[in-house]
Write a protein that binds this ligand. Sequence first.
Ligand code: HEM
Length: 216
Amino acid sequence: MRIDSTVYVPAVSRQAAYLDWLQMFSGICLIIFMYLHALFVASIIFGTGAFNTLADFFEDYYLVQTGGPVIVLIFLVHFILAARKIPFSSGQQKTLWVQSRQLAHRDTWLWVVQVASAMIILLMGSIHMWVVLTDLPITADKSAARIQSGFWLTFFLILLPLVELHVGIGWYRLGVKWGLIKSKARNKVKRFEYYFTGFFILLGLVTLIRFLFVKI
Ligand code: HEM
């Protein structure tokens, strides 16, 4: 009897690498956007005049009208690319949890935080962008009215730390993955990342408090 010993080796494909590059590129775009966004929104700290001047500038040059939808697109593409690695089924999630506990490795836990925060950010970020972009122009009064209503304050108090954690862990993990942060430097960079993230969460909180004091 002749046994067919053909072994099927999958054709070499660079698709996974290209998708990883695209995921990194979309991630970097969103990281830069989120830090700039935090600084722009924080202009309210200097008063409604500063906030409105910035908002007018972005709208006069159609940066909100064109940039807004581009960010929405990058946001969705980034999620679809990341979804390749996200454990969606309860079985996969259980395995992730058990193995993370077994490994007891901080960088593995950081990844778990990133995956969990991603789900909530996807939903809340989409809602927020929809609300802002379908109610242009952006003005300090409108933003303040939203935040003073209470609902959006709670909304941002949840979204803000999740986004900052996700973005901070995101650039740290990108640096490790692509070899920019060497093993020896990991702890130092990680500590810097914690302070950096803490600073942006604090800035966001001050921004929200400042909105509460805007007279409408
Ligand atoms: C085109 C995209 C975006 C625009 C034009 C925009 C605009 C704004 C504006 C005007 C505010 C002030 C509050 C308000 O008016 O409701 C705000 C706050 C905020 N946005 Fe966005 N946003 C965008 C995307 C995002 C994304 C993608 C996220 C995160 C997923 C995000 C997270 C936040 C957070 C956390 C706050 C609270 C501000 C703080 O405490 O610093 N935004 N945004």
